[in-house]
Design a protein around this ligand. Sequence first.
Ligand code: MLC
Ligand code: AMP
Length: 497
Amino acid sequence: MSENLFRTLKEACSEADEKEFLSSPFDGSVSYADFFNLAGKYASALQSCGVEEGDRVLVKTEKSAGALALYMGCLQLGAIYVPVNPASTAHEINFFVSDAEPALAVFDANEQTSVGVRSESIGPGGSLTSIMSSMASKDSSSDRGGTDVASMLYTSGTTGRPKGAMLSHRALIANGVALNKIWGFEPDDVLLHCLPIFHVHGLFVAVHCAMLSGSKIIFLNKFSVTEVLESLPKSTVLMGVPTYYSRLLSSEDFDSSVCSEMRLFTSGSAPMTEQTHAAFHSRTGSRILERYGMTEAGIISSNPLNGDRVPGSVGFALPGMEIRVASDGRLCEANENGVVEVKGDHLFNGYWRQPEQTSDALRDDGFLITGDVGNLDKDGRLRLEGRSTDLIISGGENIYPKEIELCLDSFNEITESAVIGVPHHDLGEAVVAVVVTNEYFSLPKLKDYVELNLANFKQPKEYLLVSELPRNTMGKVQKSKLRNSYTALFERNNESH
Ligand code: MLC
Ligand code: AMP
């Protein structure tokens, strides 16, 4: 098999040519042939803008069929695709640009952004769209492949500074091929796609899985209960984060009749509660297949397609991946908790220009330290029990408290802050800021300041003003105490949240 991701995907769906690939309420219907024609035009347009093999192309756009074709065009040209959350603030974008040093930054046409590098835009009236329209579709594709980087995705980190995880052609092919096989994708599958396309989950896991079988994708711009309910009867597979499933369950219109064609529901990116799993089964008769992944490692483990899908477990290591659990420098016994470490074909190449952070994340024998706490049973089934870092996962988005605290502490009227994740009925966890302020403090002014600096999903859902933060004898803030104190803040019966 080719070690070039573009060629692998194109060859896999070569027989699908005239078949519908994307069906989107906004962008209409796009066949596989149209899609690759568009990707080739984007590849030509990028080249005419001076983008060369190995250059980074930073993309901050809303989800659309055009944005997906731009991704494919980058792969065809051999440029490194760097998608970022469209909710990112100017402050965050400036960081990504200074770190990734892209040859080109691409925005939506309605966004006026000056970032110090060449910028173009897509969508109606977009400058890159206009260049692309007059170009011939590129025939050839780059020879990059194997360990060459295909895409770089920013992940937040304990230092508060996002790091670019470099993902190679080989790793993305290995992960896509393994998932396509174990989840039993067939050409007549219809994937209902409502995930964002700037993450591993929505971009690689979902899109590659479908393309590798030449399957159709119903491509929604975002998750909405109403639109999902409309599209489910025409779909066979849905991939989601737990929030999608709890939101569907809160609708009375969601029942087994809308799922009559569905053969697979998968969940991941955040823990799914056993209650949601059970409620879903009793409502629809289907068991959600939970799997576990990470930007740096793609999908690591999965419950079986055929066989027991055990609630609370994230299943077995994928083919080509090894999982072990370690504590205090030794391997744990069966069912004993420790930190999950993984190694195998899907692992990233390291963090962009961060050799120290890369070596901190890896053991000498190449295992990645995930930071997740869990245990393996004697059959190799993994169960996750928590995290060794104070990472917050809100609606499937990762947020490191440090990044929020740095922002809060730079606001003049805040003396100190501690940011925690608190259980939330809809998002799984919600960001809460506990702050000590001086007498001139104004909450509306703080909120304006935070809005300017942090993407919306990172902004605290609640600010709690306290006179001091609890500290241990070493002076370290006791976040577990704070988490315990505020654990019921967003309980369902608390109507204000
Ligand atoms: C939006 N908001 C969030 C949020 N998303 N707040 C906290 N956490 C989030 N994730 C806030 C906005 O700031 C806004 O606030 C309000 O919610 C409404 O915004 P919205 O855009 O309309 O929200 P909504 O569409 O409801 O989005 C929520 C969501 C979405 C859960 C549907 O975030 C989502 O699709 N998440 C999936 C993330 C994902 O794909 N993760 C995969 C990571 S890869 P206000 O105050 O303005 O109203 C990975 C590896 C693996 O982890 O294993 O897969
Ligand atoms: P990200 O860095 O955005 O790729 O997020 C990776 C993290 O998401 C993992 O380290 C886990 O903490 C979490 N995660 C992914 N899948 C699951 C799952 N099924 N259950 C619990 N946590 C998960």
